[in-house]
Design a binder for this molecule. Sequence first.
Ligand code: HEM
Length: 323
Amino acid sequence: MTNSPKAIKNFPFPFKSDAYMYSVNIQPVTNEALFDVDEHYHGEIEERDRILQADKSGRYFAFPHMKDAQWDALEIIMNDLADYYPESFTLTQEGDRWTWLNKKLNLEDTFTFLDETTLPYEPFEYISRQVQEDIILLDQREGDLFLDAGILTFPASWSLDFDAGMRFEEFHGPVPRAHELGVFKKAKAFLMRVQIGKPWTRLNWTMTVNRRLDTSLETYADWGSDRNTVTLDNCGEKVHLRVEVQRFVRLPRSNGLMFPIHTYLISLEELVTNPDWTRRLYQVLKNLPPDLVEYKGLSLYHHTVITWLSQVVDEPELAEFHS
Ligand code: HEM
């Protein structure tokens, strides 16, 4: 499915300069929903359900000590959706008897808060099946952050199953340069001080061939070879800029941290409707160091994309084409 003109306009374009390098690029979230419900809601909720049915144990887990964190996540997500999208979601609380109405999925459940026998799934699974975001819950202990629960159906080339239980610097192990630059040490120190009610956000990016959200290591055989299929003719349609809007939210009961990731895809064809984005992406890709090209999985088609973009950027009638 392609993006509407409105979705293209609102696309979270990630580059502020012509050269990209890893940094602790974290901003406060103010007067904005933590969870985005957009035009792809139904498609993505169905896709998530399909993936969970095929491979639940690889895509969802919560260690037993994460029960409080699960309820924290459910409470924050329900309140966020009800506050920002009241036409679609309602939360009614009478003491610990809560009624959750999700009109988009035609679903209504009354349950007892903190009693998971009253819900059809455990609380984290119940609510995360109703949002487009992948979500990681981190336990904070021993001066570290542990990846101790998660739902991950739309990952950019990593595996939840493999990373389960790891510490912050361990699950970032494969990322080049950032460890030497001290980025993860600083980022972790920052995250461990995030306060209740004061969430933060950052953007991450890569590229994906075809409009495919599930690029997990588990399904590599289904999508890895797509990267061999990019040509100058099909580049605009096939290659997508993939941007993750990530949030960092303190969980009040458990003192854990919630890390929702909303993944947005835009094809190059859609992206070049904005000449500033075209120029910026072209410069960033031209300047991207080889080890980052390799890590982001772009090696097979990086050169083709740059050539394709150079033709669009240099196009003399560009202004006319976009007017
Ligand atoms: C606390 C929540 C976080 C979790 C659970 C998380 C998890 C991950 C995972 C699993 C990867 C993929 C590693 C791989 O290749 O296997 C990754 C990549 C990365 N993370 Fe995090 N991360 C978190 C927060 C942060 C923060 C605060 C920063 C800020 C600097 C950061 C920076 C990065 C960078 C730069 C990459 C490489 C991405 C790329 O170039 O495509 N992460 N993260």
